[in-house]
Design a protein around this ligand. Structure first.
Ligand code: AMP
Length: 128
């Protein structure tokens, strides 16, 4: 069920629990600004999630309210994870779902990294 990305941050969400170590995740990267782990239901050969350490509901919330340091740290972490996974060549895809039309399900900002195989066109038009 997609979330309403305009709601305030609620720290009972599953990614907040992963950040607090209350539920396990397959940690692939961690630094001051970001944590990365494998998606539990991978949609590509490689499907990794990168989340900021700060409490932001979505890309909208993050881009409007995060500090320049948080934004730089998070963006650098996403790139670092992709490099460590060896994805720069042959290439990969980043995705951030926002709100209802974006079909965002977890209300803590996350960037999906997809790769490890050809990913096809940008958006599937025939999902309904
Ligand atoms: P989104 O639709 O962009 O909000 O994506 C949420 C993603 O989180 C989905 O791809 C889920 O498979 C993934 N997910 C949900 N719970 C977990 C979890 N406990 N560990 C790893 N990935 C998860």
């Amino acid at each position: 069920m997609p979330i309403d990305a305009t709601k305030p941050y609620d720290d009972s969400n599953i990614f907040a629990k992963i950040l607090r170590g209350e539920i396990p995740s397959t940690r692939v990267y961690d630094d001051e600004w970001a944590h990365a782990f494998e998606d539990i239901n991978p949609q590509a050969e490689i499907h990794t999630l990168v989340i900021p350490k700060g409490h932001y509901v979505s890309w909208d919330d993050f881009s409007a309210h995060a500090s320049a340091e948080e934004i730089a740290g998070f963006v650098r972490a996403v790139g670092e994870v992709a490099r460590r996974k060896g994805l720069v060549e042959p290439g990969y895809r980043l995705m951030a779902n926002i709100g209802g039309h974006g079909h965002q399900e977890v209300p803590h900002l996350h960037v999906h990294i997809f790769g490890g195989e050809p990913l096809g066109p940008m958006i599937c038009k025939h999902w309904k």
